[in-house]
Each structure stands twice: as structure tokens, then as C-alpha cells.
Write a protein that binds this ligand. Structure first.
Ligand SMILES: Nc1ncnc2c1ncn2[C@@H]1O[C@H](COP(=O)(O)OP(=O)(O)O)[C@@H](O)[C@H]1O
Ligand SMILES: [Mg+2]
Length: 366
């Protein structure tokens, strides 16, 4: 009897653990449920267990504990050629001795698809990545970006239900990477393919995904759509890892009416939203995004706490101004403002008071 699901998840990890050596767990307790058609990114630092999870999902590694289900069936019970999984890796392993068309034809031959149908599918897949006129070339005759598009076409040519991509754009330059990011998400969504995408690049994760699973230390720290992840990080790791973030350390003085009063280590008091602090006396790292800092007091609520700051550096970046301040002993406190008409340019040496809305200031674990 195959393992069956109680819901309509297409990919499911249930309490998955993985150890390579029988001692250390590199994946600790992974639970994940993906609906069909979702584009999910596993984002995290090197060594956090992303590739291991992808390899287990592909059936190339087995979970030490727990189970992984694909459309309700345990992946270990599906023979490799029936898994219907397309894969793309950073070091696109195209077969060097075959032409581009032969490279794409190969997964179809393995699946016993007839010649005329193969030719039609290969043509369609190459056209899809705008490589239609390159079928006769060999991989060495293409640029890195072109090879990566072929690798993508090869992963899609047999119309897999699930595509796994492990840092597929890591070797490309910035401009091409951004173009491919757009092409991949566009293709995945228009073909209705369920995608698990791995990257350590947070911008890539935020711009491409329906949901992002942030990995650290073999665990998913948070899994949410990009905007929720950025605006409501649930712990200090996620707040630091996603986007730019200012951190101030202090101690919770009081939690009342949904507001945490925090005393910073230099003695100043600020109002925060308590996220994962629960009681007075707890140490906390307070997190504020650089674009949410106010230095115009009239924009703050009556009676809001403000803190003293000194301008250390002003950087003109064209579309935005980036100002570095010293705040409560932190010399790396960044404020970003839009280059709007009449926008203030803060001069180094200026002393000022800054503040923020309590909902933009999150008291997290220390
Ligand atoms: N085949 C393997 N044998 C032993 N240890 C491995 C193997 N693959 C990965 N690891 C270890 O497992 C941990 C997670 O690795 P990996 O899944 O590759 O992380 P990521 O893809 O997030 O960088 C790392 O500590 C890595 O050294
Ligand atoms: Mg990896």
C-alpha cells in the first residue's frame, strides 16, 4: 500500500531527518507541504541542508527518518524513470559529445518516445528558451548562459510535473542571471510546473518565488511568501538573512497592550512589537528596516519614544540616499531615503533624534 495523504499536497516532507555519517543530523526536522504548481525556493547559507533536501526529493539520497511524498506516494517507492522530475544544476552537465538537439532528445529516448514526437518536443523546448536555431551545435560552441538555457530546456522537455533546480544561475553574470530569473519563473508558471528552487541569494529568492523556505542549521526557520518574510521575520536569523536590517540590543522592560518597551544597552527606551519575546527581563535583538526609520518627528505619533543619533556618512546612490548613523552604540545603523524632491541630505556630524512606528520595530530573540 502506498503512503497516502490526507490533503492535496503534491510534495510533502514529513518530519524528515538526514545524517550522512550516522552521527550528525544535517537535516533535523523538516516539514513541508507544497501544492501543485507552486514555485518554492529553499534559501539559506552554505551547509544549511538545501542540496541534501533536493537530493532526497529526487530520490538520490534516502531520508534517515521521516518520509517524502510525491503526489501521495513515498518517493522511495517510485522507480527513478517514473518520478517525472526534471533537474537543473549549477554546473549544467550537458553531454559534451552530443549536439544540443541530441541532449534534449535523450530524456525522451529514455522514456521510449517515438522519433517524430521527440523531434517536435525538442523543437518546442528549444524555442521556449529562444535557442531554436542552435540544435545542431555542441555545448562547447555555446556561451555559459546559452548552455544554461539548454539545461533548462532539457529539464522541461519531457514535461515533468516537478522541476528541481540547485543554484542554476550561480555561474552567470548579473545581467544574464536577472534575465534567466524572469524566464524561469515565467516558464514554470505558464506551464503549471511545480518547482523547488535552491539558492543562497536572497534577492533571487524574493523575486522568483511564491513562497520561500529559509534554511539554517538543517531546519526551516520560516516559510512564507516573500513580502511576509521581509515584513514579518519571525526570528533574528530570518531578519538578518532577508534584506537589510538594523539591529539594536537591549532588555525587555515591559510588555503591555501588544507593545514591548525595550531598554537599549545605552539606557534609551523604545517601543517595539513583541515577536518572540514574552516577558520582562528577557534579552532581545530589536530589528528595524532601513527604509522605516523616521527623522522627521512630525511623522511620529504623539509621545513616541525617539533615540539620539549621529550622522557618520552620507552616500548618494542615485535613486536612494543611504545614511550611516551611530545609534545606541551601533555605528552601522543604516537609513535609506528615496531621492524625492526636497528630500533632506543628512550631513556627517549632525546630531538628531530618530524614531519609527512601533509596528516597524520588532523585538526578536537575542
Ligand atoms: N554526500 C555527503 N556526505 C557527507 N556529508 C555531506 C554530503 N553532502 C553534504 N554533506 C554535508 O551536509 C551538510 C549540508 O550540506 P548541503 O545539503 O550540501 O547544504 P547546502 O546545499 O545548503 O549548502 C554540510 O555540512 C555538508 O558538508
Ligand atoms: Mg547546495
Amino acid at each position: 500500500m502506498p503512503d497516502t495523504l490526507s490533503n492535496d499536497a503534491f510534495v510533502e516532507f514529513e518530519r524528515v531527518q538526514k545524517s550522512y555519517d550516522g552521527e550528525t543530523l544535517v537535516v533535523k526536522d523538516l516539514n513541508l507541504s507544497m501544492p501543485k504548481g507552486e514555485f518554492l525556493t529553499m534559501l539559506g547559507p552554505s551547509g544549511s541542508g538545501k542540496t541534501t533536501c533536493l537530493m532526497m526529493l529526487a530520490g538520490f539520497e534516502t531520508a534517515t527518518h521521516g518520509k517524502i511524498l510525491l503526489d501521495g506516494v513515498s518517493i522511495n517507492n517510485i522507480p527513478p524513470h517514473k518520478r517525472g522530475i526534471g533537474m537543473v544544476f549549477q554546473n549544467y552537465a550537458l553531454f559534451p559529445h552530443m549536439t544540443i538537439a541530441e541532449n534534449l532528445s535523450f530524456p525522451l529516448e529514455v522514456r521510449k518516445i517515438g522519433k517524430s514526437e521527440r523531434e517536435a518536443k525538442v523543437k518546442r523546448a528549444l524555442d521556449m528558451v529562444e535557442m531554436g536555431s542552435f540544435g545542431g551545435r555542441r555545448p562547447a560552441q555555446l556561451s555559459g548562459g546559452q548552455q544554461q538555457r539548454v539545461a533548462l530546456a532539457r529539464a522541461l522537455v519531457f514535461e515533468p510535473e516537478l522541476v528541481l533546480m540547485d543554484e542554476p544561475l550561480g555561474a552567470l553574470d548579473k545581467q544574464l542571471r536577472e534575465k534567466m530569473q524572469f524566464e524561469i519563473t515565467h516558464l514554470a508558471h505558464s506551464l503549471g510546473i511545480t518547482t523547488v528552487y535552491v539558492t543562497h541569494d536572497q534577492t533571487e529568492a524574493l523575486t522568483m518565488s511564491d513562497r520561500v523556505a529559509v534554511f539554517d542549521d538543517g531546519r526551516i526557520q520560516q516559510i512564507d511568501p516573500p513580502d511576509v518574510l521581509y515584513e514579518n521575520p519571525q526570528n533574528s536569523f530570518v531578519a538578518q538573512f532577508i534584506g537589510e536590517n538594523n539591529t539594536l540590543e537591549g532588555t525587555v522592560k515591559e510588555i503591555k497592550d501588544g507593545i514591548a518597551l525595550v531598554q537599549l544597552d545605552d539606557g534609551e527606551l523604545i517601543d517595539c512589537t513583541p515577536v518572540n519575546v514574552t516577558a520582562a527581563g528577557e534579552r532581545t535583538k530589536v530589528s528595524i528596516r532601513p527604509e522605516r526609520v523616521e527623522f522627521d518627528k512630525s511623522r511620529l505619533k504623539e509621545g513616541s519614544h525617539t533615540v539620539k543619533a549621529e550622522v557618520l556618512e552620507f552616500i548618494y546612490m542615485g535613486d536612494i540616499f543611504r545614511t550611516r548613523l551611530r545609534v545606541a552604540g551601533n555605528d552601522e545603523f543604516i537609513v535609506k531615503t528615496r531621492n524625492a524632491p526636497n528630500q533632506v541630505r543628512l550631513e556627517p556630524g549632525t546630531q538628531l533624534e530618530i524614531g519609527w512606528q512601533p509596528e516597524d520595530c520588532r523585538a526578536l530573540d537575542a
